[in-house]
Design a protein around this ligand. Structure first.
Ligand code: IVH
Length: 741
């Protein structure tokens, strides 16, 4: 073990020092243990960002009180290794990177370098969230592959790495870059993001614990005793540096990447050399925005000084080079405890389980809840109540649970069972039809949960679009605190009057879960009067809020929205904006939809029998028809004018079947389908030989692979606009179609 001798100033009386000593004694073994779980077991129990935080705290304490630093401090070592693989001593030590968490720290790093060597160019690249490996090529042949281990000794994973298609067994050479006699290459083995979800589903199905993230999946897949198992996983590789070398002298990092390319070793397509620190910041910002659009996960940006001579001059500490720095993105994934699984009721009565979490900060906001979709999903993800779970919040996306941290289980975790009764109105939940995976609350008209959600939906963006009528206002009309509800169902929404709104008090609810919000200070439910200002102190007079007045005005103008929005607002099962548009376009009148034969409805392009049956069912209910009548009486327009033929778009996709997969910039899924339709095309969900084209947006799914397999024409997401305007390309003549002369 290490020394704990303290050869320094006598600090026994300094309480701050004593606190620091106690903390270091606690932290150091903790960090060591986490490191072991991460590197040796591929089963970390804290998220990367939480680990970084602990490490940062330890480094900080050891910097302030160097005498507290032990020889075996985890701040001094790089990684660790297991005994399952034969040890391999690297030809040159593998260093780690100094992490920083703000652009100010990047600037401080650059300032320190500029003070010593001004005017250097920076090489920026993405920090691949994978697992470091070291490859040794002797006379162009892959002789050995090893994990990083502790930086000096790694694990021999040659057999496993040999299964990775991206790693060449033999190097190629060019005139400029002949094959060197000896080459040690460092790079990252990664698990492509698109394949990760599929892998985890398969893991759970096979009764195995899912991986917490693609990095763990990469590590778990590579470090298999049986290399045949590694071969089954779609691992890939990107090189990011050189170690020992004979027969080649790069003068810059970018020069070495050119050589790697020439030798047939994959380098990142994203690196750039920039002349100023401002350009570095721009790179960081750009990739921060695009981080989820790449084929692999990245957890930051690496900035390196490009010139090798300067790299040498700057040198390294025992762990990290001075010539490089890793800027880490704010965490989007953290671990926290799953306290409970509750159920929320949606506007069509569907009961959706969601996670109640020990609140954590993720991607800049506090997360307390995460969606779990349905009971099957809870099973599929393999999460138990009481588990530590990985929570992810990417950009504006609703937070979700990625996976449980199986390694942190105590045995006290319990399985979730779906409740039998509606949490809002206590009706017995039941599937809408046999074989339906979802349970529903049957009390459609009066269940306050369903009504609140329907109201919030029908006043929302894709329906009547009533500005100023948000979730609180909708809750207030349906579930006032100490008065009778103003609305028994949505029929009266266009008849609201200010007088009846003024006295309403309501509990503020979370729009994602419908759950009352708790005031942090008082620990009580938050109650507001959403429509009235506080009574005037002198006169006691209650005046409406400006927002409430605007809301009523907006309800007035909403009455002349186009027909499809009215149809969408009815919350008919299976009817969304796209089918609502198709119905409105075909029938032009709500009464005609209500009275049409089921077969005619089913025959409308983009509608089909399921929707047709749902429409018939909906209009067969008395109180549903009453809603329509009350809206009509209030002046809601229920017909569309005939279209102006001069406005019709050129029918560039007449008769073409199009499948859209992945996100198309600037379009919602429905919007993209509608755009195809407006051009005479048909948008469907599955790829076959008859498919005219597959539009592959960001993160395309398996439909893209299918298209390639079947030789279906593929349109890249960014070319979607051009595709709409120009249609399919004119087929090139095949060789065998050329008439012999
Ligand atoms: S360079 C001496 N470049 O991050 C510098 N590392 O946290 C060695 N990593 O051990 C590393 N992407 O496994 C470098 N573009 C990149 C990287 C990268 C990921 C990994 C690498 C390293 C770890 C440090």
């Amino acid at each position: 073990m290490s020394t704990t001798d303290i050869d320094g100033p006598d600090r026994t009386d300094d309480p701050e020092f004593e606190r620091a000593r106690a903390r270091v004694e606690e932290l150091a073994p903790e960090v060591t243990e986490h490191r072991r779980r991460y590197y040796r077991d591929d089963a970390p129990t804290v998220s990367d960002s939480q680990f970084d935080e602990l490490m940062h705290e330890l480094v900080d304490l050891e910097t302030r009180y160097p005498e507290l630093k032990k020889n075996d401090s985890p701040t001094e070592v790089v990684g660790t290794f297991s005994e399952a693989f034969a040890p391999v001593v690297h030809l040159e030590k593998l260093l780690s990177l100094q992490d920083v968490f703000s652009t100010e720290e990047v600037a401080a790093w650059a300032d320190r370098i500029t003070a010593e060597v001004p005017g250097e160019r920076y090489l920026c690249e993405v920090k691949i969230d994978g697992l470091a490996v070291d490859l040794v090529y002797e006379n162009g042949r892959l002789a050995r592959a090893a994990t990083r281990g502790d930086g000096i000794t790694g694990e021999d994973v040659s057999a496993n790495v040999a299964t990775i298609a991206a790693v060449p067994q033999r190097l190629t050479g060019t005139d400029d870059f002949p094959v060197p006699a000896l080459l040690e290459v460092r790079g990252e083995v990664y698990f492509p993001t698109a394949d990760f979800t599929r892998l985890n589903e398969a893991q759970v199905e096979a009764g195995r614990a899912p991986f917490a993230n693609p990095r763990n999946a990469a590590a778990g897949s590579l470090r298999q005793k049986d290399a045949a198992k590694t071969a089954e996983r779609p691992l890939s590789f990107i090189a990011h540096g050189l170690g020992a070398l004979q027969g080649f002298e790069p003068d810059s990092q970018s020069h070495s990447y050119a050589a790697l390319d020439a030798w047939g070793l994959p380098t990142s397509p994203y690196w750039e050399v920039v002349p100023t620190i401002d350009e570095v910041f721009k790179y960081i910002e750009r990739f921060g925005e695009q981080r989820h659009k790449l084929v692999h996960e990245i957890d930051g940006i690496v900035v390196k000084i490009d010139r090798i001579g300067v790299q040498r001059r700057l040198g390294a500490t025992s762990r990290t080079p001075r010539w490089a720095v890793a800027y880490k993105f704010p965490p989007e994934e953290v671990n926290t405890r799953l306290l409970d699984v509750k159920v929320s009721i949606g506007r069509t009565g569907r009961a959706t389980p969601y996670a109640v979490l020990d609140p954590v900060r993720v991607a800049g906001s506090e997360v307390e809840f995460a969606t779990l979709h349905n009971a099957d999903q809870v099973k599929a993800k393999g999460v138990l109540i009481g588990d530590i779970v990985v929570v992810r919040k990417a950009g504006d996306v609703i937070p979700e649970i990625v996976a449980p941290v199986a390694a942190a289980r105590t045995g006290a975790e319990t399985e979730f069972t779906m409740p039998e009764r509606c949490p809002e109105c206590d009706s017995v939940l039941a599937p809408a039809s046999e074989g339906d995976v979802d349970l529903r609350c049957p009390n459609a008209r009066h269940c306050p949960g369903q009504l609140r959600e329907r109201l919030a939906f029908l006043t929302g963006r894709s329906c009547f679009d009533v500005d100023r009528m948000g979730y609180i206002a909708c809750s207030a009309l349906v579930q006032p605190l100490d008065s009778a509800p103003v609305l028994a169902d949505e029929g009266g929404v266009f008849d609201l009057e200010m007088d009846e709104l003024l006295p309403i008090r309501v509990v503020v609810r979370d729009p994602d879960t419908g759950l009352p919000k708790i005031d942090e200070k008082t620990q009580e439910q938050k109650v507001v009067t959403p429509f009235a200002r506080q009574p005037d102190k002198k006169t006691g007079e209650i005046l409406p809020r400006k927002n409430a007045e605007e809301m009523l005005q907006n309800l007035e103008t909403a009455k002349s929205q186009p027909l499809w929005r009215v149809v969408n607002a009815l919350s008919i099962r299976h009817v969304g904006p796209v089918s609502a548009q198709a119905l409105a376009e075909h029938f032009r009148d709500l009464d005609r939809i209500a009275t049409a034969e089921e077969a005619e409805i089913a025959g409308v392009d983009g509608v089909g029998p399921t929707i047709a049956a749902a429409i018939k069912d909906w209009f067969a209910v008395d109180w549903h028809r009453e809603i329509v009548e009350r809206w009509r009486a209030a002046g809601v327009r229920m017909q569309d004018d005939a279209p102006d033929p001069s406005e019709a778009l050129p029918q560039t996709l007449e008769g073409v079947t199009v499948v859209i997969t992945g996100g198309i910039p600037g379009y919602t899924r429905e919007g993209a389908a509608a755009a195809v339709k407006a051009r005479g095309g048909k948008s469907t969900g599955s790829v076959s030989k008859k498919t005219g084209a597959v539009v592959a947006g960001e993160k395309p799914g398996s439909k893209y692979d299918k298209a390639v397999e079947l030789g279906v024409h593929v349109v890249q997401g960014e070319d979607f606009g051009r595709f709409l305007e120009e249609g399919l390309p004119v087929p090139e003549m095949q060789n065998d179609e050329i008439e012999p002369e």
